[in-house]
Design a protein around this ligand. Structure first.
Ligand code: NDP
Ligand code: X2W
Length: 321
């Protein structure tokens, strides 16, 4: 019988690491290896464990993730496969972008890669809505795109969770208004846009769940289409996808962000009015699911060639609208 692949989650006590652990704990096809808590930041101990395992998931701040990638590289031919949840390597040409639904070829590229970078939460939804429009020639590559988004506070990791739990953070806050949010490079690159999008994220007083919204004046598109035609294009693009689905835009023009929490699912809706020539594309997903740990487990399954459950074992989706 083939040996069960071994995995080390570097940063397993963090927000993303814990959720990956929870998704993998009951999986008989993978064996998790841990480091003693008091040695978890010791480069020597991390390097030793890296040498023993088949795959390392980096759930660390960017600088620590770069350090870990260097530790792994120093092992040469004994280096494990790497899956990085941080922002550090997402537009690095030596790493494969771990968004399996990016193109029909992307799952095979992820499966064959030695180093995969897990996408940022906000770009995940936005890229999946924008790229098919650019590829189809509906949206020009230099279209002036705006992405508005809202996240639950777990998106900010342990320090933001602590601030919200201590009630010292605002109930709602827009940010990124300096226009240099760290997700912009990957959002632009993998949407195939030549013009830098404007990205306006917000965070609110709820734990998890995300919405990405892209408003469109349809007469400014390269090819004139109705909201229904955009919906059809996206539906055909993701037909057969296990996790991404295009659903009718019902709900009186309202949508809340938490309905998919605990799952690796992502829903796309096209709101619009053909007579007005306007549309708003909306993606809903769990920032800790398809936006982070669910996507990481999906990628791990591809990289190790094993069956995985990318949802939490007991997903508890909230009632929707
Ligand atoms: N939260 C989210 O929704 C998403 C997060 N990410 C990314 O994933 C990565 C982890 O984020 P998140 O889980 O939210 O962050 P957290 O702050 O919740 O967790 C980070 C973990 O890394 C540990 N750590 C920090 N420095 C080191 C080091 N030098 N060596 C070993 N361990 C270290 C921390 O230890 P300690 O407990 O001592 O602080 C902590 O346990 C980040 O790069 C983040 O940007 C990606 C997608 C979504
Ligand atoms: C609410 C909040 O602060 N969210 C984080 C993004 C979380 C995330 O996805 O971080 P990665 O880039 O590592 O993927 C932020 O905007 O910086």
């Amino acid at each position: 019988m083939a040996k069960t692949p071994t995995v080390f989650i570097d940063g397993e006590a963090g927000t993303t690491g814990l959720q990956i652990r929870e998704r993998l704990a009951a999986n008989p096809h993978v064996a998790l290896r841990s480091i003693a808590a008091d040695r978890r930041k010791d480069p020597g101990a991390r390097r030793e464990l890296m040498e023993e395992v088949d795959l390392v998931i980096l759930c660390l701040p960017d600088d620590a993730a770069k350090e870990s990638a260097e530790l792994a590289a120093s092992l040469g031919a004994r280096a494990p496969k790497l899956l990085d949840a941080s922002t550090a390597h997402r537009v690095d040409p030596d790493w494969v972008y771990g968004l399996a639904e990016l193109t029909p070829d992307q799952p095979a590229a992820i499966a064959a890669a030695q180093r995969v970078s897990n996408p940022g939460c906000y770009p995940t939804g936005a890229i999946l809505m924008l790229r098919p429009l650019v590829e189809a020639g509906i949206m020009a590559a230099d279209h002036p795109v705006t992405v508005n988004a809202v996240s639950g506070y777990t998106g900010g990791g342990k320090s933001m969770v602590a601030a919200y739990e201590a009630r010292t953070a605002p109930d709602f806050e827009m940010y990124g208004l300096g226009l240099h949010h760290k997700h912009l490079p990957e959002l632009q690159a993998y949407s195939l846009l030549t013009r830098r999008p404007i990205f306006v994220p917000a965070v609110a007083d709820y734990a998890q769940g995300m919405l990405d919204a892209i408003p469109l004046h349809l007469d400014t598109l390269q090819r004139k289409v109705s909201p229904a035609e955009i919906e059809t294009l996206l539906r055909e693009r993701y037909a057969g996808s296990e996790y991404v689905r295009v659903v009718p835009a019902e709900g009186n023009g309202k949508i809340e962000p938490q309905a998919l929490n605990g799952t690796n699912a992502l829903e796309i809706r096209v709101y619009g009015d053909a007579a007005l020539g306007q549309a708003v594309l909306v993606a809903r997903f769990d920032n800790l699911g398809k936006g982070a740990s669910g996507a990481a487990v999906q990628n791990l399954g591809l990289m190790l060639g094993i069956p995985v459950n990318a949802d939490l074992p007991i997903a508890a989706p909230r009632a929707a609208e």
